[in-house]
Write a protein that binds this ligand. Structure first.
Ligand SMILES: *[C@@H]1O[C@H](CO)[C@@H](O)[C@H](O)[C@H]1NC(C)=O
Ligand SMILES: *[C@@H]1O[C@H](CO)[C@@H](O)[C@H](O)[C@H]1NC(C)=O
Length: 279
C-alpha cells in the first residue's frame, strides 16, 4: 500500500484524498503553469466518466485523427483500486479552454460508449508499462480553428533536449488540491534516458527498477503536471504551427507533483504500430 502510494499516477483525485503533501516543501502550482488561450492547444481534449449518474473529471487526451483520441491506460483502468472503471462511458470535451463554460465558442462535447475504448493489451499497472489507450469516436470530427489533430511522432527521433509543452486541467495547487477551470500549460524540456534513469531509480517506491524505452521523461523544472493531467499531451510545436504528440502524461515519482522530480510520459513513438492497428 505504501509502495503504491509512492508510485502514484496522475490520476484523478479519488486516490489522493489526504495525501502526504505536507512533508514536502510547498510549491504553487499543472503546478506553475500558465493559462492557455483558445486555439492554443486544439489537439487537447478533456474526458469525464459517468459514475452513479454524475460526470466526474477523468483525464486529458489528444486528438490524432478525425476518429481517434489517445489517452493513458490508467485513465481507463486505474490499477488495482478499480479494475471496473473501464465500464464507464466517457464524455469528451473538444475545443475547450474553460471547461465550466458550456457556451464557450468552439467547445463541443461528445459521449462515447465504453466499447469504443481500447486499452493496450500489455498495460501493466504495477510496473507502469504500456500506459496507453485509444478512444475510437463513433463519428468523424470536423476540424476547425478550435479542434485540430496533433501529428504522430517520428519513430526514429528521441526528441532529447527539445522544448515541448504539456497541458491539462490537473491540480494546480498542491496544498488545496484544487483544479483549474481554465486549461493550463507549461513549457518543458525533454530529458535524455541516461539522465532520467538514475533520477527515477532513486525513488524507493519505484519498485519495478526497470526503465523501458517506452518512457519519455521531463527534465525537472519550475513546474510539473499533476493529478488530472494524465493521458494529456506532451507536444512539440512545429514551424508550420502544427504540433507533434511525443508523450502522454503517465506518472510522477512520489504522488506529490514535486517539480524537482522527473515526470514520466508514455512515449508515443513506441506505440505507432499498435495505434495503426487499432485506430
Ligand atoms: C476523416 O479523415 C479521413 C482520413 O484522413 C478522411 O478521408 C475523411 O474525409 C475525414 N473526414 C472528414 C469529415 O473530414
Ligand atoms: C512557452 O513557449 C512558447 C513558444 O516558445 C512561447 O511563445 C511562450 O511564451 C512560452 N510560455 C511561457 C510561459 O514561458
Amino acid at each position: 500500500m505504501v509502495q503504491l502510494q509512492l508510485l502514484l499516477v496522475f490520476l484523478t483525485s479519488l486516490l489522493f484524498q489526504g495525501s502526504e503533501q505536507d512533508q514536502y516543501s510547498p510549491s504553487n502550482r499543472i503546478i506553475n503553469g500558465e493559462n492557455a488561450a483558445p486555439k492554443q492547444f486544439p489537439y487537447q481534449v478533456l474526458t469525464e466518466k459517468l459514475v452513479n449518474y454524475n460526470w466526474e473529471r477523468s483525464c486529458g487526451g489528444v486528438i490524432i485523427s478525425n476518429r481517434t483520441i489517445l489517452t493513458a491506460a490508467h485513465c481507463i483502468r486505474d490499477s488495482i483500486y478499480s479494475t471496473l472503471s473501464s465500464r464507464y462511458a466517457r464524455k469528451i470535451y473538444f475545443g475547450t479552454v474553460d471547461k465550466t463554460n458550456i457556451y464557450e465558442t468552439g467547445q463541443q462535447r461528445l459521449i462515447v460508449k465504453r466499447k469504443n475504448i481500447i486499452v493496450h493489451p500489455e498495460y501493466d499497472s504495477i510496473q507502469f508499462l504500456n500506459d496507453i489507450a485509444l478512444i475510437r469516436l463513433p463519428t468523424e470530427i470536423l476540424f476547425d480553428e478550435y479542434i485540430q489533430p496533433a501529428k504522430l511522432p517520428d519513430p526514429d527521433k528521441l526528441y532529447d533536449n527539445q522544448i515541448g509543452v504539456v497541458s491539462g486541467w490537473g491540480i494546480f495547487d498542491r496544498d488545496s488540491q484544487n483544479t483549474p477551470n481554465n486549461l493550463q500549460y507549461l513549457n518543458v524540456t525533454i530529458f535524455p534516458y541516461e539522465e532520467c534513469k538514475p533520477l527515477v531509480h532513486k525513488y524507493e517506491g519505484f519498485h519495478a527498477k526497470f526503465f523501458p524505452a517506452s518512457y519519455i521523461c521531463l527534465k525537472p523544472s519550475q513546474g510539473s503536471p499533476c493529478h488530472g493531467d494524465s493521458g494529456g499531451p506532451l507536444a512539440i510545436r512545429n514551424e508550420d504551427g502544427t504540433s507533434t504528440i511525443v508523450g502522454l502524461t503517465s506518472f510522477g515519482m512520489d504522488g506529490t507533483c514535486n517539480p524537482n522530480t522527473p515526470t514520466i510520459f508514455t512515449r508515443v513513438s513506441s506505440f505507432l504500430q499498435w495505434i495503426k492497428e487499432n485506430e
